[in-house]
Design a protein around this ligand. Sequence first.
Ligand code: SAH
Length: 296
Amino acid sequence: MPTLRLSLPLSAPRTSLLHSSRRFFSAGFSRLFPSCYPREKLQRDCRRVQLFLKTEVLLRSLSPRLRLFSRFYTRMDKNKAMVEYLQRYGVLRSDRVAEVMEMIDRALFVPKENPPYLDSPMPIGYNATISAPHMHALCLELLKDHLQPGMRALDVGSGSGYLTACFAMMVGPEGRAVGIEHIPELVAASIENVKRSAATPLLEKGSLSLHVADGRYGWPEAAPYDTIHVGAAAPEIPKALLDQLKPGGRMVIPVGDLFQDLQVVDKKLDGSIISRNETGVRYVPLTSRSAQLQNS
Ligand code: SAH
């Protein structure tokens, strides 16, 4: 009994596949087969082949989208695995911070050539780095009580925009998250990063904004802040930042030169300041633009 075989070139254009098969089946196909091949069986087999071709065409047209979805979900799985690692490691303790770090995919903020989920700082250009995931987790944990819905947050040296996006998600649409960064190209890139992230509606609404500015002077327009995070090491705490911290607010800032202490600075309701060292850290310096770009 003859078998009906059709070999289809994989590169054949989708629509022409179906059209040529229609032409083939409507052009008196029964003449091509010996009479011992029962007509009904032949018709049934042909219908099966046509169905197969239609499914094939449909699958081919869907597959780029399916591939995109599967890549998105794989990436989100890896981001989740990073969050779970930080929980096991003990630095990530609260559900709130874990949730926000799951929602804001780190891969969107790390330049493509670097592994985004590795627990290490990564270069973002202009002698700057995106901080390591454990440092982001630590700072978010230290600041979480001052990142309640409706509160105001300032991210000095916002770099990739990752932490500003996390702050924005935590303070929500009624709050305000401001990132300031003195390299204009990094600000432009961070806006593009945020646009691809879950924080994009907050950027559109204006509760999240990123600006080119010298962080040593803060951003008085939206002061006072419940939270101030400084992502670059200052020789001492800039006075402007202390002034822009709300009574009851908290600042996290690396202080020192080569070796620095991550200081947690609380402004009490009477305006007095208390601070403590959380841990030893290595951040890029909070400096002038020209000093930063000197060795680039
Ligand atoms: N939290 C950021 C850290 C970026 S590294 C992230 O994880 O992506 C520190 C950033 O501080 C750099 O982008 C650097 O350009 C910026 N910076 C250094 N001095 C600054 C200053 N005086 N004003 C504003 N930004 C500054």
